[in-house]
Ligand binder design. Structure first.
Ligand code: NAD
Length: 264
């Protein structure tokens, strides 16, 4: 327990269940005194998300489908009604059709699949940032979730890697636009973790085992580690950091050749 987020009000988008990264982050923010609203994708998720929200004192549950302007209008009107202003936003949302997440990128990527991944996983952050910034008259902080597949080729990550590259670039453009208003915008590049989203990627489990085997720390990426980074970026501890993509992956991203390579 601490008070790093005391007096701060925020929106957490993307809790689907207790394995969601958004849930890991929200739990740690709550333990530091944050007041939060959760947005969730649709009615059929409410039953699972509500008990989680209530267990950490989150009173406001707001449906929001990021592909639907009317849904986003209603969600932000509701947020303004309940909170007035916002201090932080967590964007932990991505989607690509399963058929896009396997095999040859160049052969398997369709126009519709590409656009859907871009819409849900990259454009949605631009839209959320614009809407949320209007509720941040005193400055604020936003984080989104990304993955190494934006920077390097990860087998099967395909369309999602391209969408994450767009998300990371968008983070920098948004950070510059909103910087003068005292709003900081960053992304966390997390190592692979066992969530619903990972299950949609062909060979997702080996992303975890290989991530562990080749990481500097020889460890899995933990929810606590990711949430700790979010806490830094969203609290005043992160006051001088914006436009950044921070890797929280047990030191996987910076290894060039795995051990054993080229020996003997
Ligand atoms: P998750 O499935 O628990 O979360 C994904 C969320 O996106 C869900 O809550 C889902 O409802 C939401 N979503 C999808 N389409 C939506 C829409 N149209 N409108 C509103 N919400 C929508 O999985 P997760 O792993 O916690 O993913 C959260 C974020 O973390 C994603 O951006 C993901 O790419 C990223 N990430 C995950 C990993 C990993 O290994 N799990 C690693 C790095 C980054």
């Amino acid at each position: 327990k601490g008070e790093l987020m005391k007096g701060k009000k925020g929106l957490v988008m993307g809790v689907a269940n207790s394995n969601s990264i958004a849930w890991g982050i929200a739990s740690q923010l709550a333990a530091q005194g944050a007041e939060m609203a959760f947005s969730y994708q649709g009615e059929n998720l409410e039953r699972r998300v509500r008990p989680l929200a209530e267990s950490i004192g989150v009173k406001h549950m707001i449906p929001a489908d990021v592909t639907d302007d009317a849904s986003m209008d209603a969600a932000f009107a509701e947020i303004e009604k309940v909170f007035g202003t916002l201090d932080f936003v967590v964007h932990s949302i991505a989607f690509a059709d399963k058929d896009e997440l396997k095999g040859s990128f160049v052969e398997n990527t369709t126009r519709q699949g590409f656009l859907t991944a871009m819409n849900v996983s990259a454009f949605s952050f631009v839209d959320v940032a614009r809407r949320a910034s209007k509720l941040m008259p005193n400055g604020g902080a936003m984080v989104s979730m990304t993955y190494l597949g934006a920077e390097r080729v990860i087998p099967n990550y395909n369309t999602m890697g391209v969408a994450k590259a767009a998300l990371e670039a968008a983070t920098r453009y948004i950070a510059r636009d909103l910087g003068p208003a005292g709003i900081r915008v960053n992304a966390i590049s997390a190592g692979a973790m066992r969530t619903l989203s990972l299950a949609g990627i062909s060979g997702g489990r080996s992303m975890i085992s290989q991530g562990r085997a080749f990481s500097a720390l020889k460890q899995d990426t933990t929810m606590e580690g990711v949430a700790g980074c979010a806490l830094w970026l969203l609290s005043d501890l992160g006051r001088s950091t914006t436009g950044e993509v921070v890797h929280v992956d047990a030191g996987f991203h910076m290894i060039g050749l795995p051990e054993g390579f080229g020996e003997g």
